[in-house]
Design a protein around this ligand. Structure first.
Ligand SMILES: Cc1ncc(C[n+]2csc(CCOP(=O)(O)OP(=O)(O)O)c2C)c(N)n1
Ligand SMILES: [Mg+2]
Length: 561
């Protein structure tokens, strides 16, 4: 058999292995450490497109966004040492968001290993805590096996990133070896006994609450679960930055259980007697700093369903622990006899009314009213539009006032990683060019990965970026004013003219100073047909929907005296 196989160099074997895994897109920045891979990718360029990015941080975010949207591993290539360190941010993001990724890193030739050779890092140690598996392929003939193992691992149970290091000598050497076919996805399912125990417990509830979140969802699972929840008349919340797992317009939707939670929703979660948690880890941000639910035994009778067996019972001891993926869970629930009880009607209606009241936009200082702009987008953009963001107070307006319409309409890092939104928007656009994409970025946030404007122009990616410019690292300034009022330190920013910057890259750029000018500017940006930046000049006082910067400072000063 073996003699029939063609001899290939390591780079070509790897490129063919990716094609065998059905990879159509890879993101990265080239390096001399993996030249044979680039050569291999040349041969498969009709099947697999390589998006060359400007910095590995941006590339890793793009690969992460691609993985998040497709539910299949996002693929990233970075060079050794500096490339690997730059790329770490998207790998960490993927780990926290349970996003499948496969990351390839160049490595020094084996003959130089452990000498601290040029750009040498031991990736097992470096990436140990932010990947599901880190390995190095030392033998060329084992590339297909390692790649197959990597794809299986990234997808199994709780999805996440896998890292493979590629020693240079291994890539240049040759072997005659067979490709391994496409990976299987191992998805644990709930047993019939577990599902009926869940149903029994739920039927006893007076004040049930469903909390959904985490990774491993897809559109079908979200819709199935939504139908089941709506038929049962249950109220539902989404975990931190997973707001698109449930159509926010549904009468069952009660809001996001995340940072800056609606206090009434927090109260409702505390008062629930049965808490059905599907897919969410119940991390720090979802539990308001571990205050919503008691540790280790919640007061609510909790049913926790998670795709990672070891996550169950990690912090909370649920009444029923079910090891299952969200997809398998949604399928099992959809097959249950329907739960129809009028008992929860008033409770669910009240939760919805509180959500709607929470979404009523307040007036904020200045000529740009962010809540109104978010509302305008809601009313004027197609339902499948994806909204992306990184980290900063600017994102609050989007998360609080926008109504996400279902799976794949939110790309936001639960790791709170700045710089995510813009590359994620590009990753989304490359993955699905028909999907409208709007990125919300802060002035600080945008400048972390803004050089990917060149990538956007190169690949003609028509995303629209709103740079919400308050000339400061507003989040940190807000915390400073709360804890150390008037002692402003290292949070003021002198910024470029973002619209001119966009034009310098060959993109569309315009400044918007007043809310009423936004719709026309947005339409011009859309009509430009390419990447576009609208710089929104936000009054620094408009730091949160609830309080202005001066009010926060005054409150802190009063407390101090
Ligand atoms: C990579 C990274 N570095 C630093 C931080 C800490 N951080 C969180 S928000 C923020 C400021 C964001 O500023 P900007 O994007 O201008 O948004 P604003 O808060 O002003 O709306 C900083 C520095 C972070 N979350 N991520
Ligand atoms: Mg800012």
């Amino acid at each position: 058999m073996k003699s029939d196989l063609k001899t290939r160099h390591g780079g070509r074997i790897l490129a063919d292995a990716l094609v065998a895994q059905s990879v159509k897109l890879a993101f990265g920045v080239p390096g001399e450490s993996y030249l044979p891979v680039l050569d291999g990718l040349y041969d498969v360029r009709e099947q697999l497109a390589f998006i060359v990015c400007r910095q590995e941080g941006g590339a890793s975010y793009m690969a992460e966004a691609c993985g998040k949207l497709t539910g299949e591993p996002g693929v990233l290539f970075v060079t050794r040492g500096p490339g690997a360190t730059n790329g770490a941010i998207g790998v960490h993001t993927g780990f926290q968001d349970s996003t499948p990724m496969v990351v390839f890193i160049g490595q020094v030739p084996n003959e130089f290993a452990e000498r601290e050779a040029f750009q040498e890092i031991d990736y097992r140690r470096m990436y140990g805590q932010m990947a599901k598996w880190v390995a190095q392929i030392d033998r060329v003939e084992r590339i297909p096996e390692y790649v197959s193992h990597a794809f299986h691992t990234a997808m199994a149970g709780r999805p996440g990133p896998v890292v493979l290091a590629l020693p240079e000598d291994m890539l240049f050497s040759q072997a005659a070896v067979a490709d391994v076919p496409r990976y299987h996805t191992v998805r644990p399912s709930p047993s019939p006994a577990e599902v009926s125990a869940l149903r029994e417990l739920l039927l006893k509830a007076q004040r049930p609450f469903v909390l959904i979140g985490g990774g491993g969802w897809n559109r079908d699972a979200c819709l199935k679960l939504q139908r089941w929840i709506e038929a049962a008349g249950l109220p539902v919340g989404t975990s931190f930055r997973c707001q698109d797992l449930f159509d926010n317009r549904s009468p069952s939707y009660a809001g996001d259980v995340g940072i800056g939670i609606n206090p009434k929703l927090a109260q409702r979660v505390k008062e629930a007697d049965v808490l059905l948690v599907i897919g969410a880890r119940l991390g720090e941000m979802t539990t308001s700093g571990y205050t919503l639910i008691e540790i280790p035994t919640p007061r609510q009778r909790m049913i926790h369903i998670h795709p990672d067996a070891e996550e169950l019972g990690r912090v909370y001891q649920p009444q029923i622990a079910i090891h299952a993926t969200p997809r398998a869970c949604a399928k099992a629930l959809a097959e249950l006899p329907p739960i129809e009880t009028p008992r929860w009607k008033a409770w669910t209606e009240a939760a919805r009314a509180e959500f709607e009241a929470w979404q009523t936009p307040p007036r904020s200082p200045g000529k740009i009213q962010m809540a109104e702009i978010v509302r305008w987008l809601d009313q004027n953009m197609p339902p499948e539009t994806a909204y992306t963001n990184g980290a900063g107070n600017f994102a609050t307006w989007l998360h609080r006032f926008h109504r996400y319409r279902g799976f794949g309409t939110q790309l936001a890092p639960t790791s709170g990683s700045m710089g995510y939104g813009f590359p994620a928007a590009l990753g989304a656009k490359v993955t699905d060019p028909t999907k409208p994409v709007v990125c919300f970025a802060g002035d600080g946030d945008f400048q972390m990965t803004g050089q990917e404007l060149a990538t956007a122009v190169q690949y003609k990616l028509d995303v629209i970026v709103l740079v919400i410019n308050n000339n400061m690292l507003g989040t940190i300034r807000m915390h400073q004013e709360r804890h150390y009022p008037e002692r402003v330190m290292a949070t003021d920013l002198v910024n470029p003219d973002f619209a001119a910057l966009a034009r310098a890259y060959g993109a569309f750029g315009e400044v918007v100073e007043r809310t009423e000018d936004f719709p026309a500017a947005f339409e011009r940006a859309r009509a430009s047909g390419g990447p576009a930046i609208l710089e929104l000049k936000l009054d620094p006082e408009a730091i949160t929907p609830r309080q202005s910067l001066s009010e926060i400072r005054a409150e802190a000063l009063t407390k101090a005296h």
